[in-house]
Design a protein. Structure first.
Length: 236
């Protein structure tokens, strides 16, 4: 939103639509609820996603975020040979953020996706493995301590923890987008909470930079004073 003024959001987790709730009143975001965890009917779930992307997603929304349910791999990994070609044909540059869990099951799921699932079909520079610092230090995650972690190529980052806990509780329990809170303090916000949120957001944006490298869309060059009136620049 900050970079492109608008965005589209597909909430794929119908049971816990937390991201949808954050942006439900934001006019900069076009929102759609599409359940992407249909046990035994993955094709229907992916078909609904593809249909919306092709027919309903606004052309001027340069970024579309799909918030996946925690066990979305069961739906998406088996249909990766459909998902990626569809997105490519529609002109989407696909990137993936994978928030790592601490246990052995999370480690195995990531390896399977890297080997033959969704992540295996995404360019290594466009897949980002996230260590959520609120869950623990890097060394406390089983995957990061396994030799297999060095087998795969990907970008990696640490999503910073929001602290102290009482301040985090106030922020996470307040409705609306975090960036909006930083500009217009909600009820119960003090100066400390406001500055803590701004600092945390800045660190979060930096952590996610590998997904949106600068410049994602190059700016046209500035016109020079010596350019003749009516002369066309290379981007015109």
């Amino acid at each position: 939103m900050q970079r492109f003024s608008r965005a589209s959001l597909i909430e794929g987790d119908a049971k816990t639509p937390d991201v949808f709730a954050r942006y439900q009143d934001d006019p900069q975001v076009v929102k759609k609820m599409i359940s992407l965890n249909l046990a035994g009917d993955a094709a229907t779930a992916v078909g609904g996603l593809a249909e919306w992307l092709e027919n309903e997603n606004p052309d001027d929304h340069l970024v579309t975020i799909v918030n996946l349910p925690a066990n979305a791999g069961e739906t998406l990994d088996g249909l990766v040979d459909l998902i990626i070609p569809v997105c490519t044909d529609l002109g989407y540059d696909v990137a993936a953020c994978y928030s790592l869990g601490k246990g052995a099951e999370a480690s195995l799921s990531l390896q399977q996706s890297m080997d033959s699932g969704l992540l295996s079909k995404i360019d290594e520079s466009r897949r980002l493995i996230i260590i959520p610092e609120f869950a623990g230090t890097r060394d406390s995650f089983i995957y990061t301590n396994k030799a297999v972690a060095e087998k795969y190529l990907y970008e990696k980052t640490v999503l910073p923890k929001l602290a102290p806990v009482p301040t985090a509780d106030v922020i996470f329990s307040s409705p609306g987008a975090f960036s909006t809170m930083a500009k217009r303090k909600p009820e119960g916000f003090g100066v400390f909470q406001a500055h803590t949120l701004k600092r945390w957001l800045k660190d979060c944006f930096a952590a996610l930079d590998p997904v949106f490298p600068e410049p994602l869309f190059p700016e046209p060059p500035a016109l020079h004073d010596d350019m003749v009136d009516g002369e066309r620049g290379p981007y015109e």
